[in-house]
Design a protein. Structure first.
Length: 463
């Protein structure tokens, strides 16, 4: 394993790991092409440098009288303000630091007014689909809407589901800004307007949107937004839930403990009486992840300074290049809910006739040093719907089971990229995929512990 940093190609932001070399099963090595940004993006060099500069000054947050504690507390709170600015929050919104998008949405699920009706499309990532039905959730009835065929259908389906609501209790819609499977953009502004028309609130899952597009909470009108630092080039274990303060303030603390409590008194009859914080600290019990929060703030600053106009424009050239390249290959089908003209971020999933997706992903890695993802991407109902599978088959990570004539593949390959991706990584991916699809793999593969891996001790496949 070797890694260092170097100047990136012009037009993309410097990230760590550009010089990592990946060993190839066929001999030698290749510069690693990280094309799995949708899972976790590499750290921005700027984020890494900011964290390194702060590290000697690291201290406890909200807990110490010393200089470094004061400095760290100031840094933590100013990071909160930076994130609020990045997201275009309203003045009275709260920014809660969490561990991730999953954590943020579980926090909100636990903070709902009891019995809140929840509306969610079946197309969501599991982090947005499941928290409402989980044990810790305060939600009442959960309505799961079927996959829409267009952005307009999504708005119409939500509109009619909310119109059919009985009673006027609290309701919440949870929707993604950009799909982690297709990369397609969802009509957030219109869905928010539909939710508000019917007295419901909306939380935006911006895990895949925030790294690629500006998100303006006040302008979009969304009530909350959730995202993860590790997808926003800040992989230090923090995430964000930002938005309306009222439900968060009224809810029991997400975790009970120090920091969330303002005063704890011995109760007259035994036990303790607790006065909880009413700020974001209410849901941040325990020592906060100041480095994670600072890293997110640093990424927010770096992306803002780079300018989303320029970042989006460049990323769209990569999207077009990938889609055009895939279209030239025989038997490749790109997964899409909204059709070929849909706007999308740098996330593209596809299947290839005659190939099992795990086999393809394993060969891209082992023979070409290219990291993509295969599977159902924690969005099982969506991928199954896109692959035309009613849901009976289990996800398979095995080499075999290539879909033959008339069979449907069980999972897909996903290539994803962003602000740190050089053009040549995309070109190498297309060339490697082309050679695999046309000429086959150059090495035999086996299923080991359910994963498709290069067969140990084998010889290259004869040309
Ligand atoms: C759209 C979407 N939402 C939520 C999540 C969950 O993010 P995390 O794993 O950081 O909690 C992901 C992760 O892939 C995602 O793509």
């Amino acid at each position: 394993m070797s890694a260092s940093t170097s100047a990136p190609a012009p037009g993309c932001l410097p990230v760590l790991g550009r010089d990592v070399r990946a060993p190839l099963v066929t001999g030698g090595d290749a510069e690693y092409a990280a094309l799995d940004y949708a899972a976790s993006a590499p750290a921005l060099q700027r984020v890494w440098d900011d964290v390194a500069a702060y590290a000697p000054y690291y201290g406890s947050v909200h807990r110490g009288a010393g200089y470094l504690s004061q400095l760290s507390t100031e840094l933590f709170e100013s990071s909160r303000a930076t994130v609020a600015g990045f997201l275009g929050c309203r003045p009275d919104d709260q920014v809660v630091f969490t561990r991730s998008t999953t954590d943020s949405l579980n926090l909100l699920a636990a903070a709902l007014p009891p019995g809140t009706e929840v509306y969610v499309f079946e197309t969501e990532h599991h982090a947005a689909l499941l928290p409402w039905q989980h044990g810790g959730s305060a939600a009442g009835r959960v309505t799961v809407l079927p996959a829409p065929g267009s952005p307009g259908q999504a708005v119409a389906a939500l509109d009619s589901a909310l119109a059919a609501r009985v009673g006027d209790g609290p309701a919440l819609v949870c929707v993604t800004g950009a799909s982690n499977v297709t990369g397609e953009l969802w009509p957030v502004r219109e869905l928010t307007a539909a939710a508000h028309r019917h007295g419901a609130r909306l939380v935006l899952d911006a895990a895949q949107l925030a790294p690629h597009h500006p998100v303006d909470v006040a302008d979009l009108g969304v009530d909350w937004v959730a995202f993860s630092g590790h997808k926003l080039y800040a992989p230090f274990g923090a995430g964000v839930l930002a938005g309306r303060a009222d439900w968060l303030r009224a809810a029991p603390p997400y975790l009970a403990g120090g920091g969330a409590s303002r005063r704890v008194l011995r109760a007259a009859g035994g036990g303790v009486d607790v006065e909880w914080q009413t700020t974001a600290a209410r849901h941040e019990a325990g020592s906060p992840n100041v480095i994670g929060a600072y890293a997110i703030a640093s990424a927010c600053r770096a992306l803002t300074e780079a300018g989303f106009d320029a970042l989006v424009a460049r990323e769209q050239t990569l999207v077009a290049r990938v889609l055009a390249g895939l279209a030239e290959l025989p038997g490749v089908r790109v997964l899409s809910l909204f059709g070929a003209d849909a706007a999308r971020v740098g996330v593209v999933s596809f299947v290839v006739d005659g190939w099992s997706s795990p086999h393809l992903a394993a060969a891209l890695s082992a023979e070409h040093g290219i990291g993509v993802r295969d599977g159902l991407f924690c969005a099982h109902p969506l991928v199954r719907a896109l692959l035309g599978d009613a849901g009976g088959s289990a996800e398979s990570a095995a080499c075999g089971g290539a879909a033959g004539d008339g069979e449907r593949p069980l999972n897909a390959v996903r290539v994803s990229f962003g602000a740190g991706t050089p053009d040549e990584h995309v070109d190498r991916f297309l060339a490697a995929l082309g050679s695999l699809v046309r000429d086959g793999a150059r090495w035999p593969y086996r299923t080991v512990d359910g994963r498709c891996v290069p067969a140990a001790g084998a010889e290259p496949v004869a040309a």
